[in-house]
Design a binder for this molecule. Structure first.
Ligand code: FA5
Length: 342
């Protein structure tokens, strides 16, 4: 039986040296075949034992392969959690049961923007990012603000010494997205995008106004897009986000980049109303309208063939409605007793 033991040592040495992907080839090793071929020449008294020992070796070799593969699998499955506050090799029963609060959590606005983006992704919209610094063209000119028009002053923009602008709304992305995606229209596909991102205004801060806040821009361009589609899109989104149908109010407004333009408000729940006046009844979430033909034209889209709609809502205000948060300043206050509630 010496041959079998010699073969076992050789096979093991070769198995250890094989590359990960080749470990299985050991099952077809010539040593095993040669041993089986020897059975015929073994004297009858030892033949049965010899056969059993070869079978045992063959099973052991298959066992090496199985053990190796299942270990490789669990090596792959073990996630490396760089945020884990314990050594990742600590046995699970020795790890702390829960993370101490000091390790933190996602900011409520981050969480809500994820939820909002997921709703729009399900509705077929792409998600784009905005910029933290932009230029006069994207902030005004591409959006059909006439040169030196007072409407430019409606947005209390922060401007750098060399004339760059901290975007005061996410509409700065309209031109980029429409011109960048117009090839889709030629293929018969709509442009459908959202931009949830940060904007800046030189504004007096109060319970509903911040100088740095978030907006979500929505852009849709296609043949035949109309106001009915705009309202249906916004209502569908609202009822998904709030988990119920809400009363909405749409009234005429003015933006240079949409025509017609509307202001979109939703009815506040009683607990967020200070009194019973008509003004307190509605919370204005943002503006919307049909994209102005000049905006489409500048982005290289023919407004006699395609139409589109756009909207821009304040994210803090939507989240405040959802959780009955009475003051927008809580979000950036860094107060732990506020943040821990989410
Ligand atoms: C705009 O910013 C337009 N760009 C919206 C738009 C987009 C219209 C696309 C048409 C088509 P407005 O300045 O009204 O519009 O701001 C939109 C929303 O942002 C407001 O209704 C409000 O919800 C939020 N918002 C505005 N200023 C502040 C602020 N200082 N703090 C918090 N939220 C604000």
């Amino acid at each position: 039986m010496k041959e079998i033991e010699q073969a076992r040592v050789q096979l093991r040495a070769r198995f250890d040296k094989l590359n990960d992907d080749d470990k299985r080839t050991i099952l077809r090793a010539p040593e095993l075949r040669d041993l089986f071929a020897m059975i015929g020449s073994i004297e009858p008294a030892s033949k049965a034992q010899f056969g059993q020992n070869i079978n045992k070796l063959k099973q052991d070799v298959a066992g090496w392969v199985d053990d190796y593969e299942s270990a490789a699998e669990s090596r792959q499955l073990k996630p490396i959690d760089i945020t884990a506050p314990w050594d990742i090799n600590t046995a699970s029963d020795k790890r702390p049961a829960s993370l101490p609060a000091a390790y933190g959590s996602q900011h409520p606005l981050t969480k809500e923007m994820q939820i909002i983006s997921d709703i729009y992704l399900r509705m077929g919209f792409e998600v784009h990012q905005s910029r933290e610094i932009d230029n006069e063209f994207n902030m005004f000119t591409s959006l059909n603000f006439p040169q030196d028009h007072p409407a430019r002053d409606d947005y209390d923009t922060f401007v750098t010494k060399d004339g760059y602008i901290a975007p005061a709304h996410t509409s700065t992305m309209q031109h980029r997205i429409i011109s960048g995606s117009r090839a889709k229209l030629e293929k018969g596909l709509p442009i459908a995008a959202i931009v949830p991102d940060r904007v800046f205004r030189n504004e007096d801060v109060d319970a509903t106004h911040e100088h740095t806040f978030y907006q979500i821009e929505g852009i849709y361009v296609d043949k035949g897009a109309n106001v009915g589609h705009l309202i249906a899109t916004l209502k569908t989104y609202m009822s998904e986000y709030y988990g119920q149908e809400l009363n909405v109010k749409i009234q005429p407004f003015y933006f240079p980049f949409t025509e017609p333009s509307f202001e979109f408000a939703i009815e506040r729940p009683a607990r967020l109303k200070k009194d019973d006046t008509e003004e307190q009844k509605w919370l204005e979430l943002g503006g919307c309208g049909m994209i102005h033909p000049n905006v489409l034209k500048q982005a290289g889209v023919d407004p006699s063939i395609y139409t589109g709609f756009a909207w821009g809502f304040g994210i803090e205000r939507m989240v405040m409605m959802k959780y009955s948060i009475e003051d927008i300043r809580h979000f950036m206050s860094g107060k732990l007793n506020f943040l821990r509630q989410f």
